[in-house]
Design a binder for this molecule. Sequence first.
Ligand SMILES: [Zn+2]
Length: 320
Amino acid sequence: MTVRLGIDIGATSIKYGVIDNEGRILFADRAPTRGADGQKAVLDGIVACARRMVEWCSNAGHAPETVGIGSPGTINPHTRRVQPPTPNLKAIIGIDLAGLVRSALGLPTVIDNDANCAAWAEHRFGAGRGIDNLICLTVGSGIGSGFIVDGRIFSGHSGSGAELGHVSIDWQGGSCPCGSRGCLENYTSAIALMRRASEAANREPSSELSKLRDGPGGSVSIAGLFDAAHAGDRTARSILDEAALQFAIGVLGAINLFDPEAIIIGGGVADADSQGLWLTAIRDNIHRHAFSVSGKSIPVGKAALGNDAGFIGAAALPQE
Ligand SMILES: [Zn+2]
């Protein structure tokens, strides 16, 4: 059986797994990234994960064909080294991770941005299977996005394309660490939503939201925000309604530019939206405000592969 190895490097953990040709997970595990322990610890950890998969394959009687790596930051298309910014994992900047794993294992190894890998996984095996023009967003502590254009990952001239989290929805908005103002990520990421919910809870002590704080003046979790909204709390609903409109306006810029066939949304915020309340509001706003006939009826759905999308997509990346 043909099997491939995938590694998804995150700020806190490295998720990795062995998949078959259909994207089925045969083996998966995770290890701490150890970013605080310095560069050697991080790089040794990545190689150790790769070796662990090779060992598993050997015991299971599989010969792995290739390795793929999903990485934070962007990948220089010429040198294949990780480019900044990677604010939560500086140890990998400037490193040729694919070269490192290739020389350790002796297997063909490729690398791409983690959000691109997640989009590729959904395109090959998940909610976007068979769809050649696709935008996939991962809404977690930040907002990652991957664009599949004509069946290929779109990375742009320098590997930095398709960064929807840093498309501005307000030229007068607050400064973003990226250098711009009013970036989408500052309004609708998990961190931004928690901040908005916590501020509202402090302002309105009688709201349902306020009861979900972790102590007086404390913060509200994403699960708490959705729980309050599901229970009918008007403050929670209005935060999610406004965030859905803001998210839709950001995504509409990409829809009007790229004319995709579908939008897929995953990540921690999408997962917390168990009743599809936020997703439905996003879909309605996109359909209401889209420019094209196609955009006014574009499918907007939930990602299918969850936290595994990163390593599945990495494993399935086309080899260069
Ligand atoms: Zn930004």
